[in-house]
Design a protein around this ligand. Structure first.
Ligand code: SF4
Length: 490
């Protein structure tokens, strides 16, 4: 049996064919020299890799080297590897004669199945259509051939608004993993690397995310039992004092390959069928894993590599240092300062804060999509190239002009005010766009629409937004104000 080379995002038992299969694991330091990753992301990656090596014992060759090439020269004989998760890694392994590349694992819908579904579809590939296809293909949340509850997606009203007067949800927090000697060694190594000149962003902190398959399963069980029921109603909410809300915090476990996504999907379906968990929460969770996660993964491979475009919307500027370096203290806009601080301190915020606060701000200012992808990839504990490329290029920055998202996420301060408790404590007013208390999101939205009116899709939502823009008496003043703000933190 060939030795299976496992990348650091292929660490669960489902990446092996047999329990005693010989394994190769490589820890490459060069990866951390090339990019300034979040310190807690570096910790999690190294901790997960070293924990897997410790679990496998003498079943695995575990090499710590500068580069992958250096390690491979020390391992004779044929190797096999599951399809890697980035185009550059796939090119690398395909260029190695003695390495057999196997189909991908760690996702539900295969690349071939997705291509079969997508081929022949005209225009944009719509998520809702893919999600329906995946539910039917994998027989998830179905009664016969129909969706349970009669609809593929529950009433949007089930996604509740921000609960008034509530600072934190009354939901048991996810259990924090207990750090061990491996984590202590990782922390000491990262401290030493920093002294030697390797650069990280963000702050160090206790490891909050699972590093082993056992820890990932424990987090899933806890989520299904204690948190899932609250997920749906509060999925779209942001509370300053409650960064975790009822989110599963399983994205790192899925993206490191510690947890099989179908185990999470089936677990949620059982929680609905056997324990009576609310359908809106169960469906919302399954939609994110079987639906959105697999959609994003498959689009990454299906769509051409020039996906990011780069200059299709007007004005593309560099991402400024204060944003790149997570300098939350430089920012006075409360929502952005708070979300940047969460990323700095935890390497994680949930998807609504990523889209509505971080991505929205960058798109309004015309920051380069490729740099935004790099920001999300480096700064988030769950950030991998495949996930960030499609998420950021599609709905967040609209760099693909509708190939993957029907319309960009484009909004001012009012939706942030409705979804969060940020605006009440902010020096700006979400209802104002000009002057000292004009909200930078509200003004930025006006400037974005004015700059891109001829480049946006001719759909009903955009038409509505442009009609509202045309009724504003002060568009030129707002655009001039935003030009003056330039790259300064708001
Ligand atoms: Fe953010 Fe504007 Fe609300 Fe301040 S007023 S928190 S900047 S949306």
């Amino acid at each position: 049996m060939s030795r299976r080379w496992l990348f650091a995002d292929q660490l669960g038992p489902h990446f092996l064919d047999e329990r005693r299969q010989p394994v190769l694991l490589i820890e490459s330091k060069a990866v951390f020299r090339r990019r300034a990753f979040h310190r807690q992301k570096a910790h999690l990656l190294l901790s997960a890799l070293r924990h897997r090596a410790a679990e496998l014992g003498d079943q695995a060759i575990f090499l710590r080297t500068e580069t992958y090439g250096e390690a491979l020269r020390r391992v004779p004989g044929p190797l096999e590897v599951c399809h890697p998760t980035s185009r550059s890694a796939l090119r690398f392994v395909r260029g190695l004669d003695r390495v057999a590349v196997l189909p991908p694992r760690g996702f539900v819908t295969t690349i071939d199945d997705f291509a079969e579904w997508a081929d022949g579809r005209r225009g944009a590939l719509r998520f809702d259509a893919f999600y329906r296809f995946a539910r039917q293909r994998h027989r998830v949340l179905l009664d016969g051939d129909e969706p349970v509850g009669g609809r593929w997606s529950p009433d949007p009203g089930n996604r509740g608004p921000r609960p008034k007067g509530v600072r934190r949800l009354d939901v048991p927090p996810p259990p924090v993993p207990t750090e061990d000697d491996i984590d202590a060694e990782v922390r000491a190594d990262l401290d030493r690397w920093e002294r030697e000149g390797v650069r990280f962003v963000g702050r160090d902190g206790p490891r909050r995310f699972p590093a082993t398959a056992a820890e990932a399963k424990a987090r899933l069980r806890h989520f299904l039992r204690h948190r899932l029921a609250h997920f749906g109603p509060y999925e779209g909410v942001m509370l300053a004092a409650d960064p975790w809300l009822a989110h599963s915090l399983l994205s790192t476990s899925l993206n490191l390959g510690l947890l099989d996504p179908m185990e999470a999907v089936r677990g949620a379906e059982q929680a609905y069928r056997r324990q009576g968990a609310p359908l809106s929460s169960v469906e919302g969770f399954i939609r994110r894993i079987l639906g959105w996660r697999d959609f994003v993964w498959n689009l990454y491979w299906y769509v051409e590599p020039d996906h990011l475009g780069g200059d299709r919307l007007a004005v593309r500027r560099p991402v400024p240092d204060w944003f790149r370096d997570l300098d939350a203290d430089a920012v006075r806009a409360r929502c952005l300062s708070d979300v940047l601080a969460e990323v700095r301190d935890h390497g994680w915020v949930h998807h609504v804060a990523r889209l509505m606060v971080l991505g929205n701000y960058g798109r309004q200012r015309g920051w380069r999509p490729a740099e935004m992808v790099d920001f999300f990839h480096r700064s988030f504990v769950d950030g991998f190239v495949w996930a960030m490329t499609v998420n950021v290029a599609g709905p967040s920055q609209y760099a693909d002009l509708g190939r993957t998202a029907t319309t960009p996420y484009a909004a001012g301060g009012s939706p942030i005010d409705r979804a969060s408790d940020y605006c009440g404590g902010c020096r700006y007013d979400p209802g104002q766009r000009l002057g000292g208390n004009g909200c930078p999101y509200t003004a930025g939205h006006v400037a974005f629409l004015a700059r891109n009116r001829d480049r946006l899709p001719p759909d009903a939502r955009t038409a509505r937004q442009l009609a509202q823009l045309d009724r504003l008496p002060d568009v030129d003043e707002v655009v001039a104000q935003e030009e003056r703000r330039g790259a300064d933190p708001p």
